[in-house]
Structures are given as C-alpha cells and as structure tokens.
Design a protein around this ligand. Structure first.
Ligand code: PLP
Length: 450
C-alpha cells in the first residue's frame, strides 16, 4: 500500500495506472516522462506523497495555485456540501446564490472600483474574456476602431488564441499559425547586466514602459484597445517589474484612453503579500484576470475583475438586451463558487496574505544565499516567489533546470522550471524551518548537477 494522508483510502499498486499512454500530457515531454514517471498520489498541507511513498515538499504551490496548502478541511467540506446540495445550475438567464456570493467576495478583495466580476474556468479563459471585454467596451463607446492589443515579450497569458497572441513566448506561438492580427509587444524587462541579484523591484528599467509611446506613435491611439501585462511575469522566470514601470504604463494608458489589464493569475491571492499585485504596487488597472489561488487550485475557476466605468459602458442600451455576448457553461459553477468562498474565508481567517508579507524577508535571504553556487547567474524575488536563473549548457537550454527538477523531486522537493530558470512559490503556510529545508535541498542539488 502507498501511504496516504487521508488515511481513508491508501492507494494500492493494483490501483496504479499500468498504462500511461492515453493521457497526452500538457507542457510535458511525454516520451521522456513516461519512461520514468513521477506520480503524486496524495497531499496534505506543505507536502505531497509520491507513488513510491516518499514525501515531497511543495515548493511550487502545485502550479502556483495551492496558496493555502493542500487538503484544507474547510474547502473539502464546502465542496462536499455543495456537490450534494446543488451540483450544477446554469448561469445563463438563471442564477444560484453561491455565484453571486463568490463574486461579491472577490470584488471586496480587489482594490478600487474593480467591482464587477465575470467568471471563467481557467486563466486562459479569463485572459480571452478580458481581451474581448476591452474590444467590446471601446465599441460600446463608439470607438470601434480601437482593436489593437498590446502584450509584452516574455509575457505568459495562457494558451487560448488571445493569450498566445498577446503572449511573448516563441514556442507557445510559432506552431499555431497567424494568431490574432493587430497585436504588438512591449519589450520585456529582464536584464542580467543591469539587474542581476536584485532583491525586490530592480532600479533599472522603468523607461521600458515608454515603448508604449512608440507603439502609439506608430499606429495612433485611436487604433489601440488595451495593454495586458503580468505585474510580475511568473512563467517566464519571475521577472519583477522595475521601480516605477507599472505606474508609467498606467500613465501612458490614461493619456491615450487605452485600457490596462493586469494578468494576476499568479500574483493574485497573496503571492506578493497583498491580495493582488495591483495593491502591492499601488497601480489600479482597468481589469484584473485571476484563477489558480481563487479556489486554492481545488476546482478550476477563474475570473475577470472589471472597473465600474468599463462595466457601465455596457449598461447603456435597452434593459432587455444582453450586454455581452460571452460566457461559459461553467461560469460561476456552484462547486467552484463554494470552493472559492471557503478559500477566501481561509485566507482571511489565517491571515495568509499578511503571513506571506512577513515571511518575505526571510524567504528573500534564503533565496539569495544560493548566490555563488555552481551555474547560478541570477536570483530575483518578491513576496513568496523567487527565480533562480542557471547558466544554460551550450546548445541545451533547459537541460540543467530539468536535471534539477528531477533531482529535487528524488530528494523530496517539487520545483517549477522554465528554460533554465527555477521558480519557487511555496504555499503561504510555509514555516521558516521549511524554507530552510526547501533551499537546503535545492542548494545540495545545485552542487550535484552537471
Ligand atoms: N496567465 C498567467 C499569468 C498565468 O501564469 C497562467 C498560468 O500559469 C495563465 C494565464 C493561464 O492559466 P490556465 O493555465 O489556468 O489557463
């Protein structure tokens, strides 16, 4: 029997999959993985248990989503209760109380007048939703010529056609045809020469936001609908915005009537020590996309928070006319809504965002103590997230980080890698001694890899 945290249903070898072929795994080298699979069979608080029984500390909050830690009883019970009470109800021309309650709770958490909430099921859908709202908003105001969307190099906004179009990761784009037309990209803010080993926000680079002026000069503001950025780019290696950069973007967007969208799928729900990064940086966007930590990763759910004036632009026509031709079968799903409410309760009751803020300096020191280890060429961090950049092996980008991932897993630590960057984003319940353990395992592995 495999050990199981629940105690109730330990997994036996007979229950393990004996055929790994059918599942076409996402963002995975399928053949490599299936030759030596890593299977997780249960989880509680800071740890997974792998199929061979060894404990694995979660240094990545699953995929940046399990902010309150695993197996939280309050969420388990909320989900169990909801599935027994009301398993599904449509939210097209119909409603159920939990979706409204969840929306109010999210609106209350968002800064400023980001008071209207559109639900989706994944970060990718939230991004598509926000981009569509931006386009429809300008049209509703009689500015239908504003159709250009502006993303950023090294931006990750999920894998929908909207998200990969405004996103700036070549491999996520180049296999998939023409993508959306009328898209431009701001330069990314990653610069090892100027900013290596910066703690928190780098001093250098705010001027990179001025590139938006160049794009406006090239196309005219009357053609531009929205700019979308991650306040901290996560998936491309924890790129913390230079001091003043986001404020500058906000100013230029205001000057030209361009909507500013913050993709907070990773930064939302406490990662930086505040509910949202917009609050942390003191910059109010027109829309915020979120997912992951919204339900602690338990059930898929995502949302777009929309500022009041944007919402009101849609509310001008006849009252019996649908205002936005958009929605998903599972928008505001009852079980996801119940999970979200319970999750937000947990964050508040346990003060997890404040906890992240108070642990951040300790986490920062522990991360930067890796400086000087073999292959390490940069360390950057903010809140409870850090990126450790390794020098790539010639001609083998990503190989070194992948070897680290495999060895960390063997030694009891789950990390996330992107190219040759290791990203660490543990659940916000982590203890100081677990931070020590996490970086202890990583530093051992970094001394050990080729
Ligand atoms: N946007 C950002 C900033 C993300 O980090 C992610 C996922 O990591 C997404 C969007 C896509 O979310 P999903 O995988 O739920 O579609």
């Amino acid at each position: 029997l495999f050990p199981s945290f629940s105690g109730a249903r330990p997994m036996s070898y007979a229950q393990m999959p004996n055929d790994l072929e059918a599942f076409w795994m996402p963002f995975t080298a399928n053949r490599q993985f299936k030759a030596a699979p890593r299977l997780l069979v249960s989880a509680k608080d800071m740890h997974y248990v792998a199929a061979d029984g060894h404990k694995v500390m979660d240094g990545a909050a699953g995929l940046w989503c399990v902010n309150a830690g695993h197996g939280r009883q309050k969420i388990v019970e909320a989900v169990q209760k909801q599935v027994a009470e009301l398993d599904f109800a449509p939210t097209f021309q119909m409603g159920h109380p939990k979706a409204f309650e969840a929306a109010s709770r999210v609106a209350a958490l968002l800064p400023g007048d980001l008071d209207r909430i559109f639900f989706a099921n994944s970060g990718s859908e939230a991004v598509d939703t926000a981009l569509k709202i931006a386009l429809a908003y300008h049209r509703a105001r009689g500015e239908g010529s504003r159709t250009r969307l502006i993303g950023r190099e090294r931006g990750y906004h999920g894998v929908g056609f909207g998200g990969i179009s405004v996103g700036g990761i070549v491999n996520n784009r180049k296999f998939f045809g023409g993508l959306l037309t009328g898209v431009d990209h701001l330069p990314h803010t990653h610069n090892l020469e100027k900013n290596a080993y910066t703690k928190g926000e780098p001093e250098w680079g705010a001027h990179l936001a001025d590139d938006l002026e160049r794009i406006v000069a090239l196309h005219d503001a009357s053609t531009i609908a929205a700019v979308i950025v991650e306040p901290v780019a996560g998936s491309t290696g924890v790129l913390v915005p230079p001091k003043g950069y986001l404020k500058r973007l906000r100013e230029i967007c205001d000057k030209y009537g361009i909507l500013l969208i913050f993709d907070e799928v990773i930064t939302g729900f406490g990662r930086l020590g505040s509910a949202f990064a917009s609050e942390h940086f003191g910059v109010l966007p027109d829309m915020v996309t979120m997912a992951k930590g919204l339900t602690n990763g338990v059930i898929p759910m995502a949302a777009v928070g929309v500022r009041e004036p944007v919402f009101q632009a849609f509310m001008q026509g006849p009252e019996n006319a649908m205002e936005l031709f958009h929605g998903y079968t599972y928008s505001g799903h009852p079980i996801a809504s119940a999970a979200a409410i319970a999750t937000l309760d947990l964050y508040r009751e346990e003060g997890l965002f404040e906890r992240a803020a108070s642990l951040a300096p300790y986490f920062e020191e522990a991360a930067h103590a890796l400086k000087g280890l073999p292959h390490v060429i940069d360390i950057r961090n903010i809140g409870l997230v850090a990126g450790i950049e390794l020098e790539s092996r010639p001609g083998k980008v990503g190989a070194r980080a992948y070897e680290s991932l495999v060895k960390c897993f063997e030694q009891g630590l789950l990390i996330r890698t992107t190219g040759d960057i290791i990203a660490l984003s543990p659940p916000l319940i982590i203890e100081k001694n677990q931070i020590d353990e996490l970086f202890g395992i990583l530093s051992k592995v970094l001394r050990d890899i080729d």
